[in-house]
Design a protein around this ligand. Structure first.
Ligand SMILES: Nc1ncnc2c1ncn2[C@@H]1O[C@H](COP(=O)(O)OP(=O)(O)OP(=O)(O)O)[C@@H](O)[C@H]1O
Ligand SMILES: [Mg+2]
Length: 264
């Protein structure tokens, strides 16, 4: 099961990703959590102590140089486009509980459009490996785009989950993300409505995104903000909120079951 989570800034991508990671682990799966959003912190979302001290892979200059055979600090030099990455999950992932491991990708400074730099090549190869080769549940928390995914990987992503909140901008972002996804061949796309304060919000989202499949809706819940402030995983949630999260996770799982039965 490979899940990528995207959406506008602040809509609840990390909150949902952390919940999915915990849920799939509770079901007995090995789960790899990927923090692919340079501005956010899935480690905090999962309640990992000292999450801010984890060095993102893009910042591991020696590793980037060694694997891509590039010269640190140089610009425009030659480097390998297919660096070795298969040993990196074992070496670099941070454990969180029995079955959960976290990899923090970090950000790559962009030098104009189409910039290909050693860091981005390493990250892209790594994500490709994690999605195509690893036999475990992968949940990837992304920024408002699908930067690390490419044509090669997109088919193996079981679902690109786009989180939306009741608001025009988050809807516009969701539509843009869907277009980006379709450009690279991502076909499984589903929405999660978050911070929903009642039927009016739910209807607003459905009306504005009529052609899209919703995995579920999560109510606005102060418990989530409280947990975020304390840097812990939100164990103490309203029963209603927990049920909504669980329903979304189960809907995702059944997507996989349907896909698997088609494959056989
Ligand atoms: N259903 C909800 N009810 C109330 N607050 C929520 C809900 N979901 C998320 N939040 C809060 O909204 C804030 C943003 O959530 P989160 O960090 O998960 O979003 P994000 O999309 O990952 O943001 P970023 O783009 O900065 O990475 C956090 O304080 C979080 O606790
Ligand atoms: Mg986030």
């Amino acid at each position: 099961m490979k899940i990528a989570v995207s959406g506008k800034g602040g809509v609840g991508k990390t909150t949902l990703s952390a919940f999915l990671v915990k849920w799939f682990a509770e079901q007995g799966n090995k789960v790899l959590a990927i923090d692919a959003d340079p501005d956010a912190n899935l480690g905090h979302g999962l309640g990992i102590k000292d999450a801010s001290n984890i060095v993102p892979i893009a910042k591991m200059k020696d590793l980037v140089a060694e694997r891509t055979e590039s010269v640190p600090g140089s610009f425009g030099g030659f480097f390998k486009l297919n660096p070795q990455v298969d040993d990196l999950p074992e070496k670099l992932a941070v454990s969180s509980g029995d079955r959960i491991r976290l990899m923090v990708m970090g950000g790559v400074k962009k030098g104009g459009t189409g910039c290909v730099c050693p860091e981005s090549v390493l990250l892209k190869n790594l994500v490709q490996h994690l999605i195509l080769r690893r036999d475990e549940v992968v949940v990837m928390d992304m920024e408002a785009g699908i930067e690390h995914l490419g044509r090669g990987t997109s088919k193996a992503v079981d679902c690109l989950v786009v989180v939306v909140e009741p608001g025009r901008r988050s809807i516009e972002t969701a539509l843009r993300i869907k277009e980006l996804g379709m450009d690279i061949g991502l076909s499984n796309f589903a929405l999660v409505g978050n911070k929903v304060r009642g039927d009016k919000d739910r209807e607003f989202l459905k009306e504005n995104l009529p052609e899209y499949r919703f995995l579920g809706f999560i109510p606005y819940d102060d418990g989530l903000i409280e947990a975020d402030l304390r840097g812990i995983f939100p164990e103490q949630l309203r029963e209603e909120t927990r049920k909504c999260f669980e329903e979304i996770a189960m809907n995702l799982q059944s997507l996989r079951t349907v896909a698997a039965s088609r494959e056989t």
